[in-house]
Design a protein around this ligand. Structure first.
Ligand code: SF4
Length: 289
């Protein structure tokens, strides 16, 4: 017998939840049309397959499909790609997360050179910097700071899921070098809240199950955090990934990355209950925050 503790925040963030609701609405309202998402809707193959089984297929470029309705995922797409889809006759449904969209609009209005703090090849970065009409540097690693001309002054845009610890380190280096940067902090709290919840779980439990897939950066970050807290941590897709040895625990914590659906979390809880686990009444909080 073991106790089950559910993280205070877990699963779909608001942006992913909105994109998935738009996808379901597209499917329900357009049974006879070609339906697509531009890129994987979420970094979660179970969710992507479930939409594919209802007729929503993933394409990356207009020539990959036939004109129809195409959903822009929460990370957004470049303005060039948006124009190409429109020119080829697709109707676009915009699922760009409102926080990412705000960054795109800021970029389009920038007048000064920009430092963009983010992961260079991440879809959100590629999409967001496409809205800039001024020179910019993408700052992912400490070495990238060497490209910066200290005689110029910069505005900054930050990838919504960028690590706040890393940002603080970079700010200190730039300040020590006397670089003039006007900072705004637009890091989304969704990832931060999930990390805080995992820290709490790791103090309460000897084992933590992180639901999600390695292709999801935020799920991997939660898994690494749990490991670094000294508990036994397992990244699982669902009940099928759970072995008997993994249940040799007194207190099992459950958390889930921002691309994991409530259904996947419920399935894991039901499975653990069927194996003798007791969900503590105080467990669980908000998903989608
Ligand atoms: S993590 Fe934040 S910024 Fe990214 S999609 Fe989710 S809510 Fe939007």
């Amino acid at each position: 017998m073991f106790n089950i503790h559910l993280a205070s925040v877990y699963g779909f963030c608001r942006g992913v939840q909105v994109a998935c609701s738009l996808a379901q609405k597209m499917i329900d309202e357009n049974p006879d049309k070609n339906l697509y998402s531009i890129g994987k809707l979420v970094h979660n193959d179970k969710v992507v397959s479930s939409f594919a089984s209802q007729g929503l297929n993933v394409i990356n470029r207009p020539e990959d499909g036939q004109p129809g309705i195409a959903l822009i995922r929460a990370h957004g797409i470049t303005r060039e790609l948006r124009a190409e889809f429109e020119q080829k006759g697709y109707t676009l449904i915009d699922g760009t997360c409102r926080i990412v969209f705000a960054n795109q609009m800021r970029c389009s209005e920038e007048k000064k050179p920009v430092l963009y703090f983010g992961i260079r090849n991440h879809a959100e970065t590629v999409a967001t910097v496409s809205y800039l009409n001024v020179p910019y540097h993408v700052i992912e690693n400490e070495e990238d700071l060497n490209q910066i001309d200290p005689s110029l002054s910069y505005d900054c845009v930050i990838q919504t899921t960028f690590s706040s610890e890393k940002l603080a380190r970079f700010k200190k280096i730039l300040s020590d070098r006397g670089v003039d940067v006007k900072y705004t902090n637009n890091i989304c709290m969704a990832s931060t809240r999930r990390r805080q919840a995992v820290s709490v779980l790791s103090r309460q439990c000897d084992t933590v199950f992180v639901i999600g897939e390695p292709q999801s950066a935020n799920t991997t970050a939660l898994y690494n955090l749990a490991l670094s807290c000294g508990v036994k941590a397992f990244m699982i897709d669902g009940p099928e990934s759970i072995s008997d040895e993994m249940l040799d625990a007194h207190d099992i914590g459950i958390c889930a990355g921002a691309s994991v659906s409530p259904k996947q979390v419920s399935e894991v809880i039901s499975f653990l209950e069927s194996r003798g686990g007791i969900l503590l009444p105080s467990s669980g909080g908000n998903s989608a925050s």
